[in-house]
Each structure stands twice: as structure tokens, then as C-alpha cells.
Design a protein around this ligand. Structure first.
Ligand code: DMJ
Length: 595
């Protein structure tokens, strides 16, 4: 059977016994053991009353151990915390595919890929209006678009397209390019894409390429604090400090390499990859702020946070995403990441999650440090939310169903008794943030802008037709659209919809996803082939920008496809998606975080 065909993918996904499965099995065995104990007591002729008391106490202890919510819930309620979650329906599994919608997404992917292949095969980026490709540097391409798209072809069963893309990687790809490439982007898109292609095919060619690339990236970690430089010269194998940020490194970038390097270490038995990225996490933990939050810049000289914004948007986003995903990747065994994740989620709830004063919409704010006239630092809360933040709703729900659960696996959707108080809080916030992200699609095109601001009483937004809930800063009727008004084919909302659907089985998430897909088709599709960003989500007909971001094919269309696919394909219990939507298997390893 050809690699990557749907049938083969399903075969590969046939559930194996995971640690989570074993845990569940262990739980089922316990009543049996207890029954044996009971009968032995009878046989031994012990006095019944103290024995029954002992058995009852034992049973209570087991119950509390397995389900701490029995105790914590009344306690939290007593302390005045809200522990309600939305009412649950019976557990659902085995969601069936919506074949028509799934195949429409697949057709959209082909429309994008075939145009790229026709006009720009092998080039890093694609410009669908000028029908041209470009590379990230003058030295030459590194397979950005091809490799970012390969696993989507495998998942969609696009065999012919896959064979051609594989052929290009096998025969044309070279990482020996004497130029500076972004360490993070190269890792999440190219290394992540190669690893995921390997995971779905077992084709060792992908591992050879991944090792070649990773070995060229490794020198980026040669800084005094072992925090990787922002850029890497792949031919010279030298880390390069970014000129624009005074040599500082961005928190999200240095903490979003871990899934990829750890999986490569696991496959190759080369611990150097694992050690390099784990050290980064150790440094972050030892410098971390008491709030559990992370500023968006760190200093690679001393490994400390630098006074800078705190946010879930650019340069902050995937730090929070990978705290959870590192815990998931090793099957909930590395508790240091759970601890860091919990601390971060408490910090996010304590400082960044807000509710719209006029509408009650849940949104995230940013904290901006400023010096007052006396030179003291003050943190200004800004009700600004990047589209990037829309990954966070689904991520919170995934975190609630795993890190925030009292049992594994949880029901679909989780029952209140299966979530810890923290899990319930995160689940509710996750659901609410997804609704908010959907509200930001309430534009002329039905697409969400790059950045929104939420209304607060002191925002000075006045005039007729002023929105109650959110607005695009600087947008004026008849004036050129501000940067914030663009939609660049981003995936974050549909990523959350995919996770929410898998975790709840609630059809509304498919309806939301379909609406977004239709809007992309209507406003971003270029008839001659490909899809383009638009410069103003509130302008119809839309004005295109000549760029098709690689994450359209790696993320946006993949998550939409999986939203309408049945849930045996890439089940969340077996795979963790890297931040560029490349699925990597959850691994069983004896290696545990060494800090
Ligand atoms: C992707 O490259 C990744 O998801 C990254 O983490 C940030 N966002 C872009 C797509 O919007």
C-alpha cells in the first residue's frame, strides 16, 4: 500500500496500548482485587465490624486518590470559587466524517498546491497573483513550502502530489545554504515537517534530512546561557544574533523547538538534541517570574528575562503552547512541565484574561512595561488581542482534558467530576475564548483581522456606529486599511475549532469551521490557482496581497480537513501537533526532565 494513503494512515493509527490505556486498565483491575480481599477476610474469620470500617475507609481513600475533585470541589465551592462547567451530554466517540465538507477542503488544498507546483516548485514562498516563487534568502531555498505541505498530502491521501513532493525532497533539497535563516521558523516548518513525514511513512530519507538540518541548527545553542540565537547560518553552522532586537532572543522562539528536537533525539538515540532544548527550559524555569508569566524577550548572555511585554500573541504564544505539549509528548510523565503550565495558566487568568465591560466577551490583554516620570516601572494593561492568540481557546481545552483532569482519558466532553478545579476553569475560559474569536469574524468578509482591540471605558472610541465589543484600531471608512485589518490565511481559530470538536463532539464547531472555510473560498481564492492574503477584512470585494503563506497548506487547510474527518485519523491520544500543525507521535521514553 502506498505510504500516506488514507487506508494506510488509518492502519498506522490503529490504537496501540499507551500509558493512558494502561492506567485505565489498572483502574479497572482494582475492584477485582478488592473483591478478593473481601473474600479472604470472610475466610479468615475476622470480626466483621472493624473490618468493614477499614474496607470503607480504604475505599474512600482510593476514591479520593483517583478523583481528588470529590474533596476539592466542595472545598473550592466553600471558598467561593466557581466550579461549574457547562452541562455534559453522554460521552461521544467515533465521530463520523462529513465527507462532502472534508473533500471540499481537500479540493482547496489541491487548488493551492497545484498552483504552487506549476509556478514555483521548490521555492520557499509563493506569490499567487504574480505566479512567482521566491526564496527566503539569496543563497537558495530550503524547501519551506514543499516540506511544510507534505504531511497534509499524506493525511488527505493525495498520493500523486505526495510522490512528486517526496521526489523533490529526495533529489533537490539542500540545506547547505550560506545565509541566515530564522532558527524557530526553520525548526517548526522544515524540521517539524520532515519529522512528521517520517512519523506518517517510516521513510528513512526524512530522518537523514532531519539529522542534516538539526546538526546545522545545533550551533545556535552555543551562547553563554545556551539560549539559541534567533538566526542560524546553515552552511557555516554558526548562530547569528538578530540585529533588530539588540541580540536578545524571543521567548516563544527559544521555547518552541522542544517537540521537534526531542522527537529527533528519540528516533536517533542522540541525546544531544534533547539536552540542548531541555537546557533552555531549565533556564526559563530558573529565571521565571513569580506570576508564572513570561516576558517576550530573554538575554542569551545571562539567561534572564528582559523587561518587555507579556502577552499570548507574537513572541509569547507558543511558549504557553509548548509547556503543555512537552507534557503531552512524553505521555503526561514529565511533571515539571505540568507544573510550569499550571503556574502559567494561573498567571494568565490572574493578569491577562478579561471580560468586556459592555458585552461580557472573554478576551486576553497584554501587559506593557512603562516608566513613570519618577523612573519606576508600571505595567499598562492593553486590551489588544492578536489573531495568533486564537490558538489559546483550544489549547486551554486540551490542557483541561489532560493536565487538568482527574482521570485519563476523560469523557467527550469531560464530565465535571473528571476535571480538577483548575481544569474546569481552563475549560470554561477555552470555550469562551473560542466564542470571542468567532465574534472577531463578524466582518464584511467573515474573516478575522490580524489584531483586534476590545472596548474599555477609557479607550476614547467615540462617534456614531461605535462597536460595543471590539474594533480594528485605525480603521476609518474611506481611509487606507491599517496593518491590523489584514487576514493572512492564519490557522489559529480553526486550530482551536478542531481541538474543541475532538474534545466535545459539539457540531457547532464544525459549523463555525465551515463558515470560515466558505469565507476563505469567497475572498482569498485566486481563480488561476492558489489563495492570497487580503488587506482589509472589512472590504468587499477583497483586495489581495500577493502572498500565500506556507501555513495555509500546513495548518489552516489541515485543521479544517481534520475537523471534518473522522476522529480515528490522528487521535489526540496518540499525537501531539507541533505549532505548525505537524503531528508527532506521543512517545514512551524513560528519559525524564532533568531539572
Ligand atoms: C505559524 O507559523 C505557527 O503557528 C506559529 O507558532 C505562529 N503562527 C504561525 C501561523 O499563524
Amino acid at each position: 500500500m502506498a505510504p500516506g494513503s488514507e487506508a494506510e494512515l488509518r492502519k498506522r493509527n490503529t490504537p496501540k496500548t499507551s500509558t493512558a490505556d494502561l492506567k485505565a486498565e489498572g483502574k479497572e483491575k482494582q475492584p477485582k482485587a478488592k473483591a478478593n480481599g473481601d473474600s479472604r477476610a470472610k475466610e479468615s474469620g475476622l470480626s466483621a465490624t472493624p473490618f468493614i470500617v477499614l474496607v470503607l475507609l480504604g475505599a474512600v481513600a482510593v476514591l479520593v486518590y483517583q478523583n481528588p475533585a470529590v474533596v476539592t470541589e466542595p472545598l473550592f465551592e466553600f471558598l467561593g470559587f466557581d466550579t461549574d462547567v457547562s452541562p455534559v451530554e453522554p460521552t461521544r466517540t467515533g465521530f463520523v466524517a462529513d465527507v462532502e465538507k472534508r473533500d471540499a477542503v481537500k479540493a482547496a488544498f489541491r487548488h493551492a498546491w497545484l498552483a504552487y507546483e506549476r509556478d514555483a516548485m521548490g521555492d520557499d514562498e509563493y506569490h499567487p497573483i504574480s505566479h512567482k516563487g521566491t526564496n527566503l534568502t539569496e543563497a537558495g531555498g530550503i524547501g519551506y513550502t514543499v516540506i511544510d505541505s507534505i504531511d497534509t498530502m499524506l493525511i488527505m491521501g493525495l498520493q500523486d502530489e505526495y510522490e512528486r513532493a517526496r521526489q523533490w525532497v529526495a533529489t533537490k533539497l539542500s540545506f547547505d545554504q550560506d545565509a541566515n535563516f530564522n532558527t524557530f521558523e526553520t525548526t517548526i516548518r522544515v524540521l517539524g515537517g520532515l519529522l512528521s513525514a517520517y512519523a506518517l511513512t517510516n521513510d528513512s530519507m526524512y530522518i537523514e534530512k532531519a539529522v542534516d538540518l538539526a546538526d546545522r541548527i545545533m550551533p545556535a545553542f552555543d551562547t553563554p546561557a545556551r539560549l539559541p540565537t534567533s538566526m542560524i547560518n546553515l552552511a557555516k553552522r554558526q548562530g547569528v544574533r538578530a540585529e533588530d532586537n539588540k541580540g536578545l532572543v524571543s521567548t516563544a522562539e527559544i521555547s518552541t523547538l522542544q517537540l521537534e528536537f526531542r522527537y529527533l533525539a528519540y528516533l536517533t538515540d542522540n541525546d544531544d538534541y534533547w539536552d540542548a532544548v531541555e537546557k533552555v527550559m531549565r533556564t526559563i524555569r530558573s529565571s521565571s517570574l513569580t506570576t508564572g508569566l513570561a516576558s517576550i524577550f530573554m538575554n542569551p548572555e545571562d539567561g534572564r528575562f528582559v523587561l518587555s511585554a507579556i502577552r499570548l500573541g507574537s513572541r509569547g504564544d507558543s511558549y504557553y503552547e509548548y509547556l503543555l505539549k512537552q507534557y503531552l509528548q512524553t505521555n503526561l510523565t514529565e511533571h515539571v512541565y505540568q507544573e510550569m503550565y499550571n503556574g502559567a495558566m494561573d498567571g494568565v487568568h490572574g493578569h491577562l484574561i478579561k471580560k468586556g465591560q459592555f458585552t461580557g466577551l472573554t478576551y486576553t490583554s497584554e501587559l506593557i512595561p512603562e516608566r513613570n516620570p519618577r523612573g519606576e516601572i508600571q505595567w499598562r494593561l492593553t486590551p489588544k488581542q492578536d489573531h495568533l492568540v486564537c490558538f489559546f481557546g483550544g489549547s486551554l481545552m486540551l490542557g483541561a482534558a489532560t493536565s487538568g483532569a482527574t482521570t485519563q482519558p476523560v469523557s467527550i466532553p469531560p464530565r465535571p467530576s473528571e476535571l480538577t478545579p483548575r481544569g474546569k476553569r481552563d475549560w470554561q475560559t477555552g470555550e469562551a475564548l473560542i466564542e470571542t474569536c468567532m465574534q472577531t469574524h463578524d466582518t464584511a468578509t467573515g474573516l478575522a483581522p490580524e489584531i483586534v482591540h476590545f472596548r474599555i471605558p477609557s479607550d476614547g472610541v467615540v462617534g456614531s456606529g461605535v462597536p460595543q465589543d471590539w474594533y480594528i484600531k485605525g480603521a476609518q471608512p474611506g481611509a487606507p486599511a491599517p496593518y491590523d485589518a489584514r487576514y493572512i490565511l492564519r490557522p489559529e481559530t480553526v486550530e482551536s475549532l478542531f481541538l474543541a470538536y475532538r474534545l466535545t463532539g459539539d457540531d457547532k464547531y464544525r459549523r463555525y469551521g465551515w463558515k470560515i472555510f466558505e469565507a476563505i473560498e469567497r475572498h482569498c481564492r485566486i481563480e488561476s490557482g492558489g489563495y492570497a492574503s487580503i488587506i482589509n477584512v472589512d472590504q468587499v470585494p477583497a483586495v489581495h496581497e500577493d502572498k500565500m503563506e506556507t501555513f495555509l497548506m500546513s495548518e489552516t487547510l489541515k485543521y479544517l480537513y481534520l475537523l471534518f474527518e473522522d476522529d480515528s485519523v490522528l487521535p489526540l491520544s496518540k499525537y501531539v501537533f507541533n505549532t505548525e500543525a505537524h503531528p508527532l507521535p506521543i512517545i514512551s521514553t524513560t528519559r525524564k526532565a532533568n531539572f
